[in-house]
Design a protein around this ligand. Structure first.
Ligand code: ADP
Length: 602
């Protein structure tokens, strides 16, 4: 019995489980990627921030010293000293206008000691500062006190954001006024352009004064104290007196800052954290895909390995089954062989038994025939015996009468009768004898020649023409040499007997036929042929149509027995043209030399 193969359970389920188990490995990968890209972004933003800060500081510093230098110019001082002198004021206006153009400042204006604007670079514009009072601005105060005034604020007239530098102008005795220069910060902000990163500059109050996101402008990044609000109300740096709060969510923004000490500002760069998402997601996806590919590869390898193992197991099983089948078959064959051997033995035994039985039967039938014949035999023998006794008795009487010639005649008769009796007995011996000679290869033509030679004298006396049609090559037949000669002698003698009954011409034909298995010797004479009764009974012992002195009726009976014993057959017929036609069917054998002594019987 072959074991039923276990059904294949899908390994993919376990692989999916493994994938689930391995999935958390992606988390550290995500963390690493996040850190990496964050560091990258931070570094990049740091550089951007440095650039912006440098730019802003550069812009401011470019103008920082200018008010003090301008304040020393005589034309401007002149305008302050003679406020009613129109040409002097015009000259100052011209000068400021020119300087503004050359330096790129937004506006430059000159205030007198009371804080009233006397000359301005925008003197010829509708929103000119001339005559306006800016004493509320802190820069005025600082400059009046001899310090450099600094202030961020949105222009009350222009609405533009700017950074104001102010320097006091004095002569030896008195404070003459203040020179103010406004740097346009709107322009700086515009330069920042549109980037995903947001830039914002908060002032000392934490209020956003510059930003790349207009919504955030002038919003407070931290709660403002009362003092701060009061100062805002006084100085009006923003368009609003109460800046609205703005909460920047740390989870959304990656923020980097730089303090600008000289202005009290903080420059911030805010990068949206979701900027990190895409590269990190890509890395995680690649990692996941690699993991999946690895798992698939592993799965395939495992599957191939399993298939390989299964195939080996299958092969082994098939081999084992084959071996078992071969063993079983061998056992069966051995059994069969033994049975065949037994059967062969039995057959041989049976054949031997059969042969023995056949032999016994033949013998028995011979004996039966002999028994049947015994009446005829005793009759045949009693007749000559009675005659012998009578001749002998008679001879005694004849001797008493001295009739010697008659006695001699009687003795001759007795001798002839005993010869006839001896002949009968000799023929009968052929029946009774068990012939154990194995068939041999006998050359047919020489045997025929011998038989003819024995009858040559009689044939010549009868003037029988012999017509011989036999091949030159020796025909080898299965026979016993003596028995074959005896058969041939008998049938030839019968032919001569038959021919003697007719007038010449007398003819005797001898011919042969060969077939695949045997050789047929055909004897034909032109005698009277078999009578219908003879054709039927000629093979039976003691059947004869001849007179008692001529025939015993045993010749053909003996021939038949001998032919059978040689494995051949005796066929009797009449030729259509008249005369007897006798066929001796003999078995063909390989050529041989018969070195055996002639058989006993002659
Ligand atoms: P027998 O020769 O002593 O008579 P056989 O057994 O040899 O005994 O022959 C039996 C009979 O067969 C013969 O008596 C004869 O009638 C017939 N016979 C045999 N040979 C021939 C032959 N060649 N032609 C005609 N009749 C034959």
């Amino acid at each position: 019995m072959t074991p039923t193969p276990t059904p294949h359970r899908p390994r993919w389920r376990s692989l999916a489980l493994l994938a689930l188990l391995l999935a958390p490995l992606l988390w550290p990968l995500q963390q690493l990627a996040e850190r990496y890209y964050r560091d990258e972004l931070i570094e990049q933003n740091r550089q951007t921030l440095d650039l912006y800060v440098a730019n802003l500081l550069g812009t401011l510093r470019r103008f920082e010293v200018l008010p003090a230098i301008l304040g020393d110019l005589p034309d401007l001082r002149g305008a302050l000293l003679q406020p009613q002198d129109a040409p002097a004021l015009a000259k100052a206006n011209q000068l400021l206008s020119r300087v503004r153009e050359q330096t790129g400042a937004d506006v430059i204006y000159l205030m007198d000691a009371r804080g009233i604007t006397r000359a301005a670079s925008n003197h010829d514009q509708a929103d000119s500062f001339i005559g306006r009072d800016f004493t509320f601005r802190p820069y005025y105060r600082a400059a009046s006190e001899g310090r450099l005034g600094r202030f961020f604020g949105q222009g009350t007239t222009s609405g533009k954001r700017g950074y104001y530098f102010a320097a006091g102008i004095r002569d030896e005795q008195q404070r003459l006024g203040v020179l103010v220069l406004k740097v346009d910060l709107d322009y700086t902000e515009r330069l920042w352009g549109k980037t995903p990163e947001q830039l914002l500059v908060t002032d000392a109050n934490g209020v956003i004064i510059l930003t790349s996101n207009p919504d955030w402008r002038f919003r407070a990044t931290r709660p403002l104290s009362r003092q701060e609000l009061a100062r805002i109300a006084a100085e009006q740096p923003y368009p609003t007196l109460n800046p609205q709060p703005l909460t920047l969510d740390d989870s959304q923004w990656l923020m980097q800052s730089r303090e600008l000490e000289e202005t009290g500002w903080t420059v911030n760069i805010l990068a949206p954290r979701n900027q990190l998402e895409r590269p990190v997601q890509t890395v995680v996806a690649i990692g996941g895909a690699s993991l999946l590919a690895l798992l698939l590869l592993l799965g395939l390898l495992l599957q191939r390995r399993r298939h390989y193992i299964e195939r080996i197991a299958l092969d082994a099983r098939a081999k084992r089954e084959l071996e078992i089948r071969v063993l079983e078959r061998t056992r069966d064959l051995e059994t069969l062989n033994n049975r065949l051997k037994d059967e062969v033995l039995e057959r041989e035994q049976a054949q031997q038994d059969l042969l023995r039985t056949q032999d016994d039967l033949v013998q028995a039938s011979k004996l039966t025939a002999l028994g049947t014949m015994s009446a005829s035999i005793s009759h045949e023998l009693n007749q000559p015996l009675a005659a012998i006794r009578s001749y002998a008795d008679n001879a005694g009487v004849l001797l008493d009468h001295q009739r010697h010639d008659d006695v001699r005649g009687n003795l001759r008769q007795i001798s002839e009768l005993t010869a006839r009796m001896a002949s009968i007995i000799a023929h009968l011996r052929a029946f009774a004898r068990r012939d154990r000679h194995a068939p041999e290869s006998v050359a047919l033509q020489p045997a025929l020649d011998d038989a003819l030679a024995l009858l040559a004298k009689r044939r010549r006396a009868l003037d029988v023409e012999l017509i011989r049609d036999l091949p030159a090559a020796t025909l080898w037949v299965q026979a016993g040499e003596t028995r074959l000669r005896q058969v041939l002698g008998n049938v030839l003698a019968n032919a001569l007997d038959a021919l003697s009954e007719r007038a010449p011409p007398r003819r005797l034909w001898l011919s042969s036929e060969t077939s695949a298995t045997g050789v047929n010797l055909i004897l034909r004479d032109n005698g009277p042929g078999f009578s219908p009764q003879a054709l039927q009974h000629a093979r039976e012992p003691f059947f004869t149509t001849k007179t008692s002195t001529q025939g015993l009726g045993l010749g053909l009976a003996i021939c038949e027995t001998l032919m059978r014993a040689l494995g051949g057959e005796l066929l009797l017929a009449n030729h259509p043209d008249g005369g007897a036609l006798i066929t001796l069917q003999l078995r063909h054998t390989e050529p041989g030399t018969n070195l055996q002594p002639p058989e006993e019987f002659s």
